[in-house]
Design a protein around this ligand. Structure first.
Ligand code: PMV
Length: 303
């Protein structure tokens, strides 16, 4: 008995950090996926995960599943990632969701996507302690989502793929570390930080309307505003700022860092005709272009 399943990575479009504190965000799933192959074996647990970081998420998913559904069989699990865990595409969340979905298929539990999301969030919080769960939602449901902290709201937006360019800054960021830094600042400067979060929350609401109306000019403007607020939060880097600036100068509607900051990726919303010019401009300041589609499907059974 064997199941092969895959789950996508993600990119934050608008709303990072504020979404940890009961504000909404917009997230899109990307076409780069993590594949997980799960097989029932006689005894023991065998895990082959080339990305070392994934192992603890696979282990914790199995532990959670064993506790909840009381299975005793042995398991062999192999993971394969189409993207580097360096990019900040959410490989840990994708591997967690894929493992849960694979186990659900294999043991014929028929778990709903909502259940996969709830379990996935619990597992990742056991390991990372912090996080809104937006990445678990993207891996589970796919597409482009309007999401509120902990899955209080998960709305799939009826849109097409967005004209995005993705640039990697060459620096791997630690999301839990940066989220904890913001938590620390919140203790000292509550008014200021919540002032920024309120503005980000409004940007997300307006961004959702612009997305649905395909008003890319407006959406780009909102991305620039969001980036500025992330700079005020102190999570951008000189490299990310440079890459965003280069994209804007080369004709992007807007650009911002995507994710916790401190490195990882930036995204630019671009007029299709200017795409290659904008990619070159990002490369010129030292960014690496990552070719990836967005609005991709969520976790699915491959065979
Ligand atoms: O660094 P990433 O791509 O995993 O994004 C983190 C986004 C935060 O809002 C900072 C944290 C979260 O869990 O929502």
């Amino acid at each position: 008995m064997k199941a092969i399943v895959s789950a996508p990575g993600k990119l934050m479009l608008l709303g990072e950090h504020a979404v940890v504190y009961d504000y909404p965000c917009l997230v899109t799933a990307v076409s780069s996926k993590i594949k997980v192959e799960i097989e029932i074996i006689s005894t023991g647990i065998k895990i082959e995960a080339p990305q070392v970081k994934d192992v603890s998420f696979v282990e914790e998913s199995i532990r959670f599943f064993k506790e909840k559904f009381k299975f005793k069989e042995g398991l062999s699990i192999k993971t394969h990632s189409e993207f580097s865990s360096q990019y900040g595409f959410g490989s840990s969340s994708a591997v967690t969701v894929a493992t849960l979905y694979g186990l659900s298929q294999l043991f014929k539990l028929n778990l709903s996507k909502r259940e996969i999301f709830d379990f996935g969030l619990e597992i990742t919080l056991r390991i990372q302690k912090v996080g809104s769960g937006f990445d678990i939602a993207a891996a589970t449901f796919g597409k482009t989502l309007y999401f509120i902290t902990g899955g209080k709201k998960i709305e799939i937006l009826p849109i097409d793929e967005l004209p995005l360019v993705v640039g990697y800054s060459g620096v791997k960021a630690s999301t839990p570390k940066i989220v904890n830094q913001i938590k620390e600042r919140l203790r000292k400067e509550k008014g200021k930080i919540f002032g920024i979060f309120n503005k980000i929350g409004k940007i997300v609401e307006e961004g959702k309307d612009s997305l649905l109306a395909k008003d890319y000019q407006r959406l780009g403007f909102l991305m620039n505003e969001n980036h500025q607020l992330l700079k005020e939060l102190g999570v951008s880097t000189a490299k990310l700022d440079k890459m965003c600036e280069a994209a804007r100068k080369a004709g992007a509607y807007g650009a911002k860092l995507s994710g916790a900051g401190g490195g990882d990726c930036m995204i630019a919303l671009v007029p299709k005709l200017k795409k290659s010019e904008i990619e070159k401009a990002i490369e010129k300041v030292g960014g690496e272009i990552i070719k990836v589609k967005n609005n991709a499907n969520g976790v699915c059974y491959e065979r």
